[in-house]
Ligand binder design. Structure first.
Ligand code: FES
Ligand SMILES: [Fe+2]
Length: 375
């Protein structure tokens, strides 16, 4: 692990191009990063009723997260213990009290126990306890689900508090935003034809904000300079009331915020897969699932105070439109960047300008996890 500089150069080195398309490197990242770290798994209260479930891709696994009859959340590998069939092929839905495999109708309780296996369950010598669904570690942190594929997961708190993991910003203010009490009002999924690290790197810097995000910079003028102050947050422009497409506020601030929070954009970034935008009247969560070496699914969830959502005139779209616009602008340049990655011009990688130097911490973090030594 190292940070390469040329003498007096203003640059730090990026990953070499192959890190953005090589299937072998992608496979190692899945094994050493996504299979070992805690990975975001959705908003806990969006699985409100027993039987509500969602599925996610983590590394090469599909995982089911489900609300049980007892009201707790459990996660399992989405694989039948008979002959391996995918149990829940949809990304979300509702189960009527059990998970039944379509193939030969083996049936599992919402707690993962095998409760039905035609012609087998009562067979002498069949030990049904050995055939429950494989559990996946699950914790809820500030109302957010985290999942870990490891058999011996490390501490989630240690991961989220590790400065190398939350690259900028602080998750300290998250308490004031009361995320566990907010509800998802809108979800948009984007399929981005770019390696997950290009998406992360784009999220980490604002050097591109001036050229790429004029609407964002109109709300947050500091972003024109390319400087992100993650710890203090970034002030709204004069006259801007809220982080909306119009700059006007159509909802009251979230309860629990300090006066300064109500005119600022703050956020934190939790490796390997989540960025949380903390705004005066909502919270927006962007999270990614690497689907392949050059393909990433990004999901954005907009959360609001349930009291605001209960109003007849509630409409989340003024908040949704601005971030959706910024997201789409970002995906365009992530996909353009991807197109240069396998060029011989990028075989040795590119350069981080001074305003992007902090991205090198992300590069070093990934390289350390992979055990690679790249200048
Ligand atoms: S593969 Fe699931 S019941 Fe046979
Ligand atoms: Fe951007």
């Amino acid at each position: 692990m190292s940070t390469a500089t040329h003498a007096k150069s203003p640059f730090l080195s990026t990953f070499p191009g192959r890190y953005y398309y090589d299937p072998a490197i992608f496979a190692r990242e899945q094994e050493r990063i996504f299979s070992r770290m805690w990975v975001y798994g959705g908003v806990a209260n969006s699985l409100a009723k027993p039987g509500d479930y969602r599925t996610l891709k983590i590394a090469n696994e599909s995982v089911i997260v489900v609300r049980t009859k007892q009201g707790d959340l459990r996660a399992f590998l989405n694989v039948c213990r008979h002959r391996g069939s995918r149990l829940c092929p949809e990304t979300s839905g509702h189960l009527n009290g059990s998970i039944q495999c379509r193939y030969h109708a083996w049936t599992y309780g919402l707690d993962g126990k095998l409760i039905g296996a035609p012609g087998v369950l009562n067979h002498e010598g069949f030990e049904r306890d050995l055939y429950g669904l494989h559990p996946v570690a699950l914790e809820v942190w500030h109302g957010l689900i985290w999942l870990n594929l490891s058999d011996n997961p490390p501490s989630l708190a240690a991961q989220l508090d590790d400065p190398a993991v939350r690259d900028f910003g602080s998750n300290g203010p998250i308490e004031r935003y009361g995320i566990a009490d907010l509800k998802v009002a809108k979800t948009i999924t984007y399929d981005v034809q770019a390696n997950w690290k290009l998406v992360m790197e784009n999220t980490l810097e604002c050097y591109h904000c001036g050229p790429m995000h004029p609407e964002l910079c109109a709300l947050l003028p500091q972003y024109r300079t390319g400087v992100i102050d993650g710890n203090e947050g970034t002030d709204f422009a004069e006259g801007v009331e809220a982080f909306t497409i119009t700059g006007k506020a159509s909802r009251p601030p979230l309860p629990g915020l300090l006066p300064d929070d109500t005119h600022r954009y703050a956020g934190f970034f939790g490796l390997p897969s989540i960025f949380v935008n903390l705004l005066s009247d909502h919270v927006a969560i962007d999270w990614l699932e690497p689907l392949g070496p050059t393909q990433t699914r990004v999901t954005s969830e907009w959360l609001f105070d349930p009291d605001a959502m209960a109003r007849l005139d509630f409409d989340p779209m003024d908040a949704v439109e601005i971030l959706d616009l910024v997201n789409r602008q970002d995906w365009v340049v992530c996909e353009l960047a991807q197109q240069g990655m396998d060029s011989k011009a990028y075989a040795e990688g590119g350069n981080y300008a001074p305003l992007e130097h902090h991205i090198r911490d992300f590069v070093d973090y990934v390289l350390a996890r992979l055990g690679d030594d790249v200048e």
